[in-house]
Every structure is written in structure tokens, then in C-alpha cells.
Design a protein around this ligand. Structure first.
Ligand SMILES: Nc1nc2c(ncn2[C@@H]2O[C@H](COP(=O)(O)OP(=O)(O)OP(=O)(O)O)[C@@H](O)[C@H]2O)c(=O)[nH]1
Length: 344
């Protein structure tokens, strides 16, 4: 299932041999991929299943927004209700103001007369606002690609790493997990369950230093020729200065094992925490320099608008979103799909 990852182009000499595979990989990447390719039908069906789960997951956020359009007139009251609904969805003041202005312009241009049309135009405005967040995770430019994963306690880091590992392994990529969460007793075991399940290796150290575990994992990943090294770090709050310093140290030590690493620094945020998640993005970005986000627990939350706030205030790519605890509940982020699911 290549739709999850964009693989970096191989060098020119290798390109001719792998052209078919590479083209297939890129062709399938888009959710709206051409259905003529072999296996594309299955991919389309899987994506449809995902769209249904996404719609169900975002229902709570979406229902507050869609009720705004049940009236018969496009008037100040409609825009005021919409403003409240966007703020309630944790879109934040900046994104809400931006969306309202953009929407009014679109309504004027389209000469819309029905609230239902305005709903469609809002979906367009949200999709365009979220577009900069849509970017595939690239694997293959480095061997191994080292991905460091951080986040506050309970955001869903370990679960997301497990799901990601499974998807990578399904794509034929070899994965080595670094259990650098040496604080939480069960974290290593939790990763080990995923490692067993996915037949991937895990590097851990009883009560060890997280930076040392990460160093060992990157070194082992290089020596063993693995495609990806995933580093799971312990949960921490951005206000815990010493723990934020520890993250910087892990990053520095990873760089010692491979001067080009980490190639990705991901933050996992719990979508349920709304504006707080935005504050986490800003704080972790300032400490670590984030390259991507994974937004979990968008199922059952009324705060899914936080993605609009992120797009407006700290547009870091959202590689994946999660709408449940099952493996298939983590998928690539698509701006238009998200906007459509929100306003369906
Ligand atoms: N509903 C829902 N639950 C999720 C999702 N992602 C993760 N979870 C659940 O959230 C809980 C915490 O997930 P973990 O992966 O242990 O979180 P963590 O960030 O590794 O936690 P710490 O290591 O304590 O910081 C678990 O019960 C997961 O099953 C999601 O997308 N939706």
C-alpha cells in the first residue's frame, strides 16, 4: 500500500529498473488515484472505508458547523452563528476571522443565495486553508530514515508508532524501533507487542538513558541496513524544562550516530485537546524544530477545528491523522477529504 508514503526518487541509474514500481508508488499516492492501475480498486475501496470512519469521527465537530446552514437566509445572523461554531470547534480567533472573510468573498463571487451553497463554499475555504498541511512523509532518501517521535503524556505516540510500523512493514520496509521511553514501565512492553506483531526489531535498555538507547538504535539500524528507525520518546509537558532539554539531548546524540539524522521530528498531538494542542505544537517546535505532526483522537472530539488554527498559526505538515485505536484508523491527511468530512 504505497499510498501512505512518498518514496524519494532513486538515483538516475536505478531509475530505469524501478521506473514501473516508482510510478505505481506515486500514482497511488493520491486518495483520488486513477482507478485503472492494478490494485487501485482495492486502494479506492480502502480509502472510501477511511472516509466513512473520518466522517463518523468528525461528526461531533461537524454537527455544530452544519446546523448553521439549516436556515433559509444568508444574513449577519448566519455569519455570527458560524463564527461561534468555528470558535467552539477550537479553530482559534485568527483562523476563524480568516475563514469568515474568505467565505464572504466566495459567497459574493459565487452570487450564492442559499445557505446550503454557503456550506459548500465553506468546505472549499477550509480545504484551501488546510492545503499547506498536506504533505507526504518521505522515506528512502536516507538509510535508515530516522524518525524521532515526541509528545505529551498519553497523546498516542506509542500507538501511532505501532500503526505506522505496521504500515511501513506492509510496504516492505524494514523497521527498527527504539524504545527511548525509559520512564514509563509499560511503554517498552507496549512497543514490543507491536514489534512482535509486525516482526520488527526493537532496541531497548532496562532503565537506560533515552539518548543512549536512541544512539544504539541508529547505529544498529545503519549496521543492519534497516530502512527506518523509529524513536519513541517518553511523554512530557512543554513546561517541564528539564525534560524538554532531554529531548534536545536525544536529538543531539542521534546526530552523533548519523550526522544527517533525525530526518523527521514528529509531534503527536491529541486532537481532543484543541487549542492546547496548538500550544504544544508551538512549544515543541521551538525546542526541537518539528518536521511533521500526527493528530490523534479526532474521533468523538468537538475540537477538530484545531487543524485550521495550526494551518493559520504554525503550518507544520500533518502526515497522519487518527480516528480510533485500530490499525486502519490512522491514515494520511488530505485537506479536501478532511473539509468534506467535517461538513458532510
Ligand atoms: N479514540 C482514540 N484513541 C486513541 C487514538 N490514538 C491513541 N489512542 C489511545 O490513547 C491512549 C494513549 O495512547 P499511547 O499510545 O499509550 O500514548 P503515549 O503518547 O505513548 O503515552 P505516554 O507514553 O504515556 O506518553 C491509548 O489508550 C490509545 O489506545 C485515536 O486516534 N483515537
Amino acid at each position: 500500500m504505497f499510498s501512505f508514503f512518498k518514496k524519494k526518487s532513486p538515483p538516475p541509474e536505478a531509475q530505469s529498473q524501478t521506473a514501473g514500481l516508482h510510478e505505481a508508488a506515486l500514482a497511488d499516492m493520491s486518495p483520488a488515484a486513477n482507478t485503472a492501475a492494478p490494485g487501485a480498486q482495492t486502494a479506492t475501496t480502502a480509502r472510501q472505508g477511511w472516509m466513512d470512519r473520518l466522517k463518523a469521527g468528525l461528526r461531533k465537530t461537524g454537527s455544530n458547523l452544519t446546523t448553521v446552514f439549516t436556515g433559509t437566509r444568508i444574513d449577519d445572523e448566519l455569519y455570527e452563528e458560524l463564527e461561534t461554531a468555528l470558535l467552539m470547534a477550537d479553530s482559534g480567533v485568527k483562523a476563524t476571522e480568516y475563514l469568515l472573510q474568505d467565505l464572504k468573498r466566495r459567497v459574493k463571487e459565487a452570487k450564492a443565495t442559499e445557505p446550503a451553497q454557503v456550506k459548500g463554499l465553506l468546505a472549499d475555504a477550509i480545504a484551501e486553508l488546510l492545503q499547506p498541511l498536506q504533505k507526504p512523509l518521505e522515506i528512502g532518501a536516507h538509510h535508515p530514515t530516522v524518525i524521532m517521535v515526541a509528545g505529551v503524556n498519553g497523546a498516542g505516540k506509542t500507538t501511532s508508532i505501532g500503526k505506522l510500523t505496521k504500515h511501513l512493514a506492509d510496504d516492505g520496509l524494514s523497521v527498527l524501533l527504539a524504545a527511548a521511553d525509559t520512564f514509563r514501565a509499560a511503554a517498552k512492553e507496549q512497543l514490543a507487542v507491536w514489534a512482535d506483531r509486525n516482526t520488527v526489531e526493537i532496541i531497548s535498555q532496562q532503565g537506560g538513558d533515552p539518548a543512549a538507547v536512541s544512539f544504539d538504535a541508529v547505529t544498529a539500524g545503519r549496521a543492519r541496513g534497516r530502512d527506518v528507525v523509529l524513536v519513541d520518546t517518553a511523554g512530557r509537558l512543554p513546561t517541564q524544562q528539564h525534560l524538554m532539554e532531554e529531548l534536545k539531548k536525544i536529538k543531539r546524540v542521534v546526530q552523533k550516530a548519523d550526522a544527517t539524522a533525525p530526518h523527521e521530528v514528529l509531534l503527536v498531538i491529541d486532537g481532543n485537546t484543541g487549542q492546547n494542542a496548538l500550544a504544544q505544537v508551538k512549544a515543541f517546535d521551538e525546542t526541537l524544530g518539528l518536521t511533521g505532526l500526527i493528530v490523534t483522537k479526532l474521533d468523538g472530539t468537538a475540537k477538530g477545528g484545531v487543524l485550521c488554527a495550526i494551518a493559520r498559526e504554525r503550518p507544520i505538515p500533518v502526515y497522519f491523522i487518527g480516528v480510533g485505536e485500530q490499525l486502519q484508523d490512522l491514515e494520511t491527511f488530505d485537506a479536501r477529504e478532511f473539509a468534506q468530512a467535517l461538513l458532510s
